[in-house]
Design a protein around this ligand. Structure first.
Ligand code: NAG
Ligand code: NAG
Ligand code: NAG
Ligand code: NAG
Length: 531
């Protein structure tokens, strides 16, 4: 399959990682008492890093994936706790509460707005609870189940599942360096979603440290909290250390293809048609599109052989012109390498690379599309995509299993009626405000232009594509304002936002787990009768 280096290069960048130098902040009295408390609780000093420690910068940067949030002047954690055991995480929460230090838990560091390691508020005293050591993946192939630590990457999960069985898979995202903790906390969609739903739809149990520092599992946390952590966004309810996953059956041979159609090969027509075709395809087949520069790249995974796939393509989308030569028949585990690295012949061990690419700035936004966008709009989109500062668009079709799960089954509400998720993504290397402003205004400008054609009242987005443009929290008294948080919250969670706030009131009424877009407690006056 021929692909230009440019496309390859930029697509791989979706899973980027970064590093940079950062300014030094002084350790404070709060830090000293917090660290003293951790030491007294038995957390070994080698697991505690302050800005004075020689390896603080390296540890902080170890999974920072957006240089915008390590720019000079960005408030930095007063400590990083590299917890090695559940008890260390419990102590971090307890000591943080006691000494007025908030906790930001980080699993893979991929969140687009840096919420897991940076704060927008220079007054905030916070520590990063780094979960990288919680990355064990234990697969029980006979029971089709696995336990995965929050600090494992999706690539590590896929590798472990693939090593245990060629007939099992886990349905989650395409980027292998994304951490399990954040991904599952926000839902988690990928190439198997049309058959099996979200990653969060396939969670059976979890181990969590709550706001009191207790270690809870599904039985002891109760179904309300267990509901909230499977899609309500990371960090609002506690720190999930590990997840029990339901593995799903896949055939030993699956088929993938990637075909590119350029603007002058009627890409606009194909995208226009794709909008209705892709969400209605058989659920064993996903056909996503990445639109960039002058091309639309159609990427498919089919849970079966090439001949059946070609039958489906001829029946449903003959205009795309997919031919036998486009097919590659591979194992599911190879397909995870294919979608991450655009080659099925690369070694599976690439999935174990926790770092990936480095050194990018990132901005993304997202929409849900419920009615096909007219062809003339796609045609006019090329003028955006061909700009020198252009990013790209990723269209992930829903339908299938996604449409048959109730919008309130988990906090993730974007089910029936959504044709596809539309992501606006830009990443760049250039330092400086000129590049930043150009790139940011490209993403924001195209997003503004698409407003008439996407979901409305509210205009919805995907919480794992965090976007602080949608709104940020403000305090009301000593907790986060519910009224203000609703502005961004209903965009991610629609009608589930109120229930998330009700769960927050039950499990963290003091709002200890707080960040720019954490779930606020529901004000007592609003009550909540049905949970
Ligand atoms: C960007 O440039 C500024 C000012 O020259 C510098 O302080 C900063 O370290 C640079 N950041 C990165 C990530 O290189
Ligand atoms: C959950 O925790 C309780 C109390 O520690 C324990 O009795 C129970 O076996 C645990 N459940 C599972 C499924 O591990
Ligand atoms: C169509 O676009 C491709 C890629 O941009 C280019 O190489 C090719 O020459 C174009 N063909 C025509 C007929 O314009
Ligand atoms: C927050 O404010 C309420 C009402 O003023 C008070 O009852 C509560 O103790 C305060 N909580 C904290 C953690 O300060």
């Amino acid at each position: 399959m021929a692909r230009t280096p440019r496309i390859l290069h930029l697509l791989v960048a979706l899973c980027s990682l970064s590093s940079s130098s950062i300014t030094v902040a002084s350790a404070s009295g709060a830090a000293d008492s917090f660290l003293g408390c951790l030491a007294a609780a038995g957390v070994p000093p080698r697991l505690l890093q302050t800005p004075a420690s020689p390896s603080y910068d390296a540890l902080l940067r170890s999974s920072v994936r957006n240089l915008r949030y390590v720019a000079p002047g960005t408030p930095r954690p007063l400590a990083i706790v590299a917890a090695a055991e559940p008890a260390h995480s419990q102590a971090t929460v307890r000591c943080g509460r006691r000494h007025g230090v908030r906790i930001r838990a980080r699993s893979g560091g991929h969140d687009y707005e840096g919420l897991s390691y940076a704060s927008l508020d220079p007054r905030e005293r916070f520590a990063v609870l780094d979960l990288a050591a919680f990355r064990e993946v234990r697969v029980d192939a006979a029971r089709a189940e696995a336990w995965a630590g929050s600090g494992a990457t999706l690539g590590e999960v896929y590798y472990a599942v693939g090593a245990a069985s060629r007939a099992l898979a886990f349905p989650a995202g395409v980027c292998p360096t994304v951490g399990v903790g954040g991904h599952l906390s926000g839902g988690g969609f990928g190439t198997l979603m049309r058959r099996y739903g979200l990653a969060a739809d396939n969670v059976l149990d979890a181990v969590l440290v709550d706001a009191e520092g207790r270690l809870l599992n599904r039985t002891t946390m109760g179904e309300d909290l267990f509901w909230a952590i499977r899609g309500g966004g990371g960090e609002s309810f506690g720190v999930v250390l590990s997840w029990k996953l339901r593995l799903v059956p896949v055939p030993e041979t699956v088929t993938v293809f990637t075909v590119r159609r350029s603007r002058n090969q009627s890409a606009s027509d194909l995208i226009t048609k794709w909008q209705e075709i892709a969400p209605a395809l058989p659920r064993d087949l996903i056909l996503r599109v990445v639109v960039q520069s002058r091309h639309a790249q159609f990427e498919a995974l089919f849970l079966g052989r090439c001949s059946r796939l070609l039958d489906h393509m001829r029946a449903h989308f003959p205009d795309l012109g997919v031919a036998r030569a486009d097919c590659e028949e591979i194992s599911w585990i190879q397909s995870t390498v294919y979608f991450a690295f655009y080659s099925s012949s690369k070694p599976l061990e690439l999935l174990l690379d926790r770092i990936g690419e480095t050194g990018r700035y990132v901005k993304a936004k997202s929409d849900y599309v419920q009615e096909p966008i007219p062809r003339r709009v796609w045609e006019s989109t090329w003028s955006w995509l061909e700009k020198p500062e252009a990013g790209l668009l990723i269209l992930d079709p829903y339908g299938g299993r996604m449409a048959s799960i109730s919008p309130s089954a988990t906090p993730f509400p974007h089910r029936k009626g959504n044709l596809y998720n539309l992501q606006y993504y830009s990443s760049w290397f250039e330092n400086g405000t000129a590049a930043l402003e150009k790139r940011m205004s490209w993403v924001r400008g195209l997003y503004r232009e698409m407003e008439p054609y996407v979901s409305k009242n509210p205009r919805t987005g995907y919480v794992n594509y965090r976007d602080l443009d949608l709104g940020t929290n403000e305090l009301q008294g000593n907790v986060t304002s519910y009224a203000k948080a609703r502005i961004w919250g209903e965009k991610y969670f629609r009608g589930n936002f109120e229930r998330l706030a009700a769960v927050k009131s039950m499990v963290d009424p003091d709002d200890f787990f707080r960040n720019e877009q954490s779930i606020p407690p529901l004000p007592a006056a609003k009550g909540w009768s049905s949970i």
